[in-house]
Unconditional design. Structure first.
Length: 156
């Protein structure tokens, strides 16, 4: 019998497991940061899908399911994605960049997080204008940005 598991993730995006029983309620807090654990979207309450076991298939080694950035049901960002986006916006506000540069980089943030036709352009903008803050922004971006974004901004 095929089995769909769910993920348990804290509000900061630390994954406890991607193989939790669908019917078991989630309780507790993250051992890394102390934030509440969730297994569903706070907006629409859809369960966050985890590992899918397909009966009859032999799998050599199991790959974990990555922590999603957005809910696949309602499309809203998960709390950890929202927190990271706000951290980038706050970093821009604290920077020495002029207001126009700050606004341009803030507008590019959603395209850094999602694979869109504008992702590489957004990454290029951050690489060009955001040089003074890229070292500080790296830890935030690595957690939420797309692979194309990371490769464009931090090629090595």
């Amino acid at each position: 019998m095929d089995i769909q598991y769910k993920q348990i993730i804290c509000l900061n995006g630390h994954q406890l497991t991607d193989g939790a029983d669908w019917n078991k309620p989630v309780t507790g807090y993250c051992k890394k940061c102390g934030k509440k654990l969730i297994d569903s979207c706070p907006n629409c309450h859809s369960v966050i899908r985890g590992y899918y076991y397909a009966d009859g298939f032999v799998v050599l080694g199991r790959h974990s399911v990555s922590v999603p950035k957005y809910c696949e049901t309602c499309g809203k960002p998960f709390p950890w994605t929202e927190t990271s986006i706000k951290a980038l916006e706050n970093l821009l506000t604290l920077s020495q960049l002029d207001q126009q540069e700050q606004n341009e980089l803030k507008e590019a943030i959603p395209d850094l997080v999602s694979d869109t036709p504008k992702t590489k352009l957004a990454a290029y903008k951050w690489k060009k204008f955001g040089k003074p803050i890229l070292d500080v922004a790296k830890d935030i971006l690595v957690g939420i940005a797309t692979e194309a974004t990371i490769k464009t901004i931090y090629p090595n």
